[in-house]
Design a protein around this ligand. Structure first.
Ligand code: ADP
Ligand code: ASP
Ligand code: MG
Length: 461
């Protein structure tokens, strides 16, 4: 095995402007002796803007698409201007310029055809990470860090499920080692964009929104890194989203399983799939704050120590739709669930929570535009209703496995709230229920008060 290294991933807000990128350079310099590989997201909000211009172009609105592209160009030039000295900026200007020309040409092409395919969407979305990785590499040089830009499309190999491609781990690991190992041996800091990859034949793909964390884990697993650091804009994983509940506190250590459940059910501080390649290789993951690097953050470990609190955290996921499928009694026999799940599969809609009775099945899905088509398809089997503006609330903690009566206490606290679906089981470490979306802040705050007023000092800060 090669020499040890660490992977440091910086999210959108951590590279959101010149000041933030300056902080990143200082943090990376500090870790210099640990052989860092740096993975960056697009600058904050850029992916959303790119998708917006792609959609504008797709609907034939060339003017809007190009205006948005020009704003993006300005923002990147201004940031580069602030970060780089004149000589470096002049050199960098033309490099950035050719990227923007390619983007604008692409947008013109899309608007001429008036059609936006998933494949072209990925092509546009990838610019965010291409640009930010170039910018960060140039900024590192300006800060005296010897770094080398690595094009993720040359090492993250994926299938061709555009907009949510799956990495092909064997191909990817080999390429990562071949490309990155020599750079690390020369003492250079490789910098690469997260979120993007390419098929075996070299067509650009993306691995799903928020996917840069996943990229970091794939790179970490491929290199057998000592640890993976996810740098973001909060002190670590908190007992709940601090934007929802100001009383949220930092979790010092949490198990992989708990973190995965939380991520899946809305704690967007970490991408759900991130933990998987890391678990398999037993690589510890840390969540850290680039605005407060002295804070020790959250350690995600294979096993968490015992916690005196019932739960580690509460997550909430909004924009959920409940799909109710009611069958005539005789149909609910053998094969009915299979037929329902096959319909979800045909429309490629993932299901989060399921509850069944003798005559009906309720399922939750992320609200999206494919639901009417799915419902029409399901209507051939049974009566179908769907209702949006719902939210999933999920309480997570290993104690759910051991201690009886916890669910009773949770619902006791919420005796006046209309609960639509309840699920506990599957992983045994989460208790999940569905409510109306607008109740999320009050429900989360009440549960937080009930279960996190006193904190186990070993686990929480
Ligand atoms: P990045 O741009 O670094 O990837 P994200 O916006 O994806 O950052 O994730 C960080 C955000 O996640 C925080 O600003 C916070 O609002 C949100 N968040 C949701 N739940 C939690 C939680 N339990 N702990 C910490 N942050 C959370
Ligand atoms: N830039 C991508 C997104 O906004 C990936 C990421 O930030 O993780 O989804
Ligand atoms: Mg993120």
């Amino acid at each position: 095995m090669a020499n040890s290294c660490i992977v440091m991933k910086f999210g959108g807000t951590s590279v959101g402007d010149a000041q933030a990128i300056g902080r990143v350079a200082a943090i990376v310099r500090e870790r210099r002796s640990q052989a860092p590989v740096v993975v960056v997201s697009a600058m904050a909000r850029v992916t959303d803007q790119l998708l917006q211009m792609a959609r504008a172009a797709g609907s034939g609105d060339r003017k809007t698409a190009l205006t948005l592209a020009r704003e993006l160009r300005e923002r990147h030039y201004n940031t580069a201007g602030e970060l780089l000295g004149t000589a470096l900026f002049t050199q960098f200007h033309s490099d950035l310029g050719s990227e923007f020309e390619e983007l604008e040409e692409l947008l013109r092409g899309i608007s001429a055809v008036g059609e936006l395919t998933p494949r072209t969407t990925d092509h546009v979305a990838a610019f965010g990470e291409v640009l930010s990785s170039k910018l960060v590499t140039a900024a590192f040089s300006a800060h005296g860090i010897e770094s080398t830009l690595v094009d993720s499309r040359e090492c993250i190999v994926t299938d061709d499920a555009f907009t949510r491609a799956t990495p092909l781990f064997d191909d990817t690991s080999t390429k990562i080692r071949d490309l990155l190992q020599p750079l690390l041996e020369q003492g250079r800091v490789p910098v690469m964009g997260g979120f993007i990859g390419a098929t075996r034949t070299g067509i650009t793909t993306t691995i799903g929104r928020g996917g840069s964390d996943f990229s970091a884990a794939i790179v970490g697993a491929g290199l057998g890194a000592e640890k993976i650091e996810i740098w973001t804009d909060v002190d670590g994983m908190m007992t709940t989203d601090p934007n929802l509940c100001p009383a949220a506190r930092r979790i010092k250590v949490i198990s992989f399983d708990e973190a995965a459940e939380l991520a899946y059910f809305g704690a967007k501080v970490l991408h759900p799939a991130t933990v998987l390649p890391a678990i398999q290789k037993n690589i510890p993951v840390y969540i850290l704050n680039s605005r407060n690097p002295a804070c020790e953050g959250t350690r995600i470990a294979a096993r968490a120590p015992h916690c005196k609190n019932f739960f580690k955290a509460i997550a909430a996921k909004k924009r959920i739709t409940i799909v109710d499928v009611a069958a005539p009694r005789m149909l609910l026999a053998h094969g009915f669930l299979k037929a329902i799940f096959e319909a979800f599969d045909r429309h490629r809609i993932p299901v989060d929570v399921v509850s069944t009775s003798e005559v009906s099945v309720s399922l939750t899905v992320d609200s999206n535009e494919s639901i009417p088509a799915l419902a029409a398809d399901l209507a051939r089997l049974a009566d179908v209703k769907y209702e949006g503006r719902k939210a999933i609330v999920c309480l997570v903690g290993e104690n759910l496995r051991e201690i009886p009566g916890i669910a009773g206490q949770v619902f006791g606290e919420l005796s006046d709230v209309k609960i639509r679906m309840i699920s506990q089981g599957a992983s045994e470490i989460n208790l999940t229920f569905v409510i109306d979306e607008e109740l999320v802040p009050s429900v989360v705050q009440r549960l937080h008060k009930a279960f996190f007023s006193e904190l186990d000092p070993e686990i929480f800060a």
